[in-house]
Design a protein around this ligand. Structure first.
Ligand code: BES
Ligand code: MN
Ligand code: ZN
Length: 504
């Protein structure tokens, strides 16, 4: 499972630290690679720089090279990690540190202790380095019974060499550990196969995750309660499975909260498509279809651990989408929470059905902002590729998510909800149908969700929709601090968004 990591900072005595590896940065430029500033002497730096070109070290991101140790350091080996071209922009520099140091931490699995000496100009840089280490030092062998020992253990302790003032640096480390744990837990949930993770066990995991946290309460809605309370979307999607659906409320409500945010997460523990069944190959990654629910659970847990003065409630919309004699049929009409009727024309567009109930329920609870996070559409991957998530919704909230993502080192891109796509969701028989125009599929899904965001006297509740379909699950090679399979993407952005709203 996830591992505990120890992080610390030091401003002197770096040479004497007896670590397995000393991690240094390398910048790339048109004139060739150069070492980023570190505690090493000019002479040692000169010696290392003299061999960079011959070793094929360019300073490109994800290039991690191991060399013999140097005289200035008691560490056994030197590790050079690419930071790309040095930027004049502070946020870009911090993100390069997070990514580059994270890549080294990930690739150094098998080493116990590392020392990291890269340029940190301020506490944001220290935070980025610490987060890179925390996110990168991860392996998941939860179901390896006979081969677990073949998996190299992640780095277990790191000392960051910096001149940044120790108190500020220490709180950045503490935050990085909390964030790291939230990201790790999200990845492990996403990785857990549908044989092991289904609505009931996911609900148990949620209870377990927050059981020791102050000001956090959990309420699990069982199928009977969902039926009685009008959660027609979650019930309708869950109907085909032998494992009943659940709706879980994880509420962090500190005394000093002056504002509160709801986070609604898509928790389809397996998406077969239902009767509109997916081809085999398309089903292959569909254990990841609960990543939104895992992210919102962990964002709320992190915010509670940080003790932020803001209310934050996660709503997990949990169901397994399966075909069977009891499954919802194409052309069935469901009555959602709040009374809106939806004609289901494609049972594979199930995410929006469970999210509709979650959004409607959250809208009844007086939140100042509602966010939703979902692996909602294949169209997200077509539009933005595998690493960039989409954010739609109100202009202001959408921009706040983009800004939070930039500060957190994640890729979120603003997308529109064009009004002309709305009529395609009109149904002959019900209020709405669950599929719209063939083009702009990601946007149609967002427009569908918007129908379920409630209003107050001041108009519709401020809302944004995050489609993380592809970035939530890495089918390709590991990169930066990101492993294969579950990535934890969106957790750092959500936490940053909540911190900003809390005034931190
Ligand atoms: N869970 C999928 C979306 C998805 C696809 C997530 C690939 C991650 C990777 C979602 O439930 C789905 O099947 N969406 C359909 C919607 C369509 C039927 C309107 C899609 O995108 O094809
Ligand atoms: Mn689907
Ligand atoms: Zn789905």
């Amino acid at each position: 499972m996830t591992s505990e990591i120890t992080l610390s900072v030091a401003s002197s005595g770096a040479d004497a630290i007896d670590a397995d590896a000393l991690v240094l940065g390398v910048y790339s430029s048109s004139e060739g690679a150069s070492l980023a500033p570190s505690f090493l002497s000019a002479q040692t730096v000169e010696g290392l720089e003299a061999v960079l070109e011959d070793l094929g070290i360019s300073g490109a991101a994800d290039q991690v090279y191991r060399l013999p140790g140097v005289e200035d350091s008691a560490a056994k080996i030197v590790v050079l990690t690419g930071l790309g071209e040095r930027s004049e922009d502070a946020a870009t520099r911090a993100n390069a540190l997070r990514y580059g140091v994270g890549s080294a931490a990930r690739q150094l699995a098998g080493c116990e202790n590392i020392v990291v000496s890269v340029p940190t100009e301020d506490v944001d840089d220290v935070a980025a380095v610490a987060e890179g280490i925390a996110f990168g030092a991860f392996t998941d062998s939860q179901l390896k019974e006979k081969s677990a020992e073949k998996v190299k253990a992640p780095v277990s302790s790191a000392v960051i060499i910096t001149d940044v003032e120790t108190d500020a640096a220490s709180s950045a480390l503490e935050r990085a550990l909390i964030l790291g744990e939230a990201v790790h837990h999200t990845r492990v949930l996403v990785n857990t196969p549908p044989s092991h993770l289904y609505p009931e066990t996911f609900a148990q995991q949620a209870i377990e995750r927050v059981k020791d946290l102050d000001d956090v309460s959990v309420r699990v809605f069982e199928p009977e309660e969902l039926e009685a309370e009008g959660f027609g979307g979650i019930m309708g999607v869950g109907k085909g499975s032998s494992r009943g659906p659940r709706f879980v409320e994880v509420k962090y409500a500190p005394q000093d909260a002056s504002t509160s945010v709801a986070l609604v997460g898509k928790g389809i523990t397996f998406d077969s498509g239902g009767l509109s069944i997916k081809p085999g190959a398309a089903m292959m990654t569909m254990k990841c279809d609960m990543a939104g629910a895992a992210s919102v659970l962990n964002a709320v847990a992190a915010v509670a651990e940080l003790g932020l003065p803001i209310g934050a409630t996660a709503y997990l919309c949990l169901a397994e989408n399966m075909p069977s004699g009891t499954a919802t049929r194409p052309e069935d009409v469901l009555t959602m929470r709040g009374g809106t009727t939806v004609e289901v024309l494609n049972t594979d567009a199930e995410g929006r059905l469970v999210m509709a109930d979650g959004l409607a329920y959250a809208s009844e609870q007086n939140f100042d902002v509602i966010l939703d996070v979902a692996t909602l559409t294949g169209a997200q991957m077509i539009a933005l590729g595998t690493r960039t998530s989409a954010v739609m919704g109100d202009d202001a909230i959408r921009q706040q998510i983009v800004d939070a993502a930039e500060a957190a080192g994640e890729d979120f891109w603003p997308m529109p909800l064009p009004a002309h796509l709305r009529p395609a969701l009109d149904s002959q028989v019900a209020d709405l149908k669950n599929i719209g125009s063939r083009f702009g599929g990601m946007l149609s899904a967002g427009i569908f969700l918007k129908e379920f965001v409630g209003s107050t006297d001041e108009g519709q509740i401020p809302w944004a929709h995050l489609d993380i379909a592809s970035p939530a699950f890495n089918e390709e090679s590991a990169f930066g601090f990101t492993p294969k399979e579950g990535t934890g993407q969106s957790v750092p952005t959500l936490v940053k968004f909540l911190e900003t709203r809390a005034g931190n």
